[in-house]
Design a protein around this ligand. Structure first.
Ligand code: GLP
Length: 263
């Protein structure tokens, strides 16, 4: 794992978008794992800008999203299907047929979860997985005690997660669906590269726990410490509680891999 500390949230978002763009240019049929949440909005806006201004093409790309609320139809404006259309799919040249999210409105959720895993495998696996970090330390919707080997399945949401996501449901945590279909921690760990983006002072404590704390199923993001190619992009505020911040800063300023990304 590497932690890159950037001066501001928009610097972190732009760097994440540049990494996606570089991987996409190197492999036009990239399999991109998409996340949702407020942190991702700036990344998708930057990718849309690169499409419009720099000719970045998603024409051959395929995407798989992490999760979807159970009970929300893809047409529901609060669904992650809607979120993805609004923030990315409608703003770039991706073929809608190549975009997949779990269907939270499926009648048979275990069958849907199984089919979702099968379609990721049929696509050859995920090349680059984008992640945000939930306030419970979750990745996707892998709430406390999620098995670190879990696969796509239905999961009950923690009260803190419903609280965090209440603004998208009129401010009422009780209006947030109680369950979600989510890729498992094991599914996420199989992505060939992972980019997690974490910004804001409110994430400082959970970021330190997730990256520098012991690996535990209580905090599913700690499993990323096992991943051989995981980059964590953070802003100064989110980095405030990191014990190793001086080393991480030195690493970003000196490692040849990041030279092109420092300006
Ligand atoms: C939701 C998603 C997560 C995301 C998290 C962070 O819970 N299921 O995948 O990482 O939100 O959200 P935000 O970026 O709004 O803080």
């Amino acid at each position: 794992m590497e932690i890159l500390i950037l001066p501001s949230p928009s610097h972190a978002e732009r760097l994440a978008a540049r990494l996606v763009a570089d991987r996409l240019r190197a492999k036009p049929d990239l399999v991109l794992g998409c996340a949702t949440g407020r942190t991702m909005e700036g990344i998708y806006a930057e990718l849309a800008r690169m499409h419009a201004g720099d000719g970045l093409s998603f024409a051959r790309a395929r995407t798989f999203n992490l999760d979807e609320y159970v009970g929300l139809a893809p047409s529901d404006p609060r669904s992650y299907h809607h979120y993805m259309r609004e923030h990315l799919f409608s703003r770039v040249d991706i073929d809608p047929a190549n975009t997949r999210l779990p269907n939270g409105a499926a009648d048979d959720l275990p069958a849907e979860a199984f089919a979702y895993e099968a379609s990721i495998a049929a696509a050859g696996g995920i090349d680059l997985q984008l992640l945000g970090l939930g306030s419970t330390g979750h990745i996707g919707f892998n709430e406390p005690l999620s098995s670190l080997m879990s696969r796509t399945r239905e999961k009950a949401l923690a009260p803190a997660t419903r609280e965090q996501n209440a603004p998208m449901f009129g401010g009422d945590p009780a209006a947030v669906p109680a369950r979600a279909l989510t890729m498992g921690v094991g599914t996420i760990l199989e992505a060939r590269e992972v980019v997690m983006v974490v910004t804001g002072a409110h994430k400082a404590e959970i970021l330190a726990t997730a990256t520098e704390g012991p690996i535990t199923a209580m905090v599913s993001a700690t499993a990323l410490q096992l991943h051989p190619r995981c980059h964590v992009l953070v802003d100064e505020d989110a980095a405030a509680r990191l014990q190793g911040r001086e080393y991480y800063q030195w690493m970003f300023e000196n490692e040849p891999e990041w030279e092109a990304y420092r300006s």
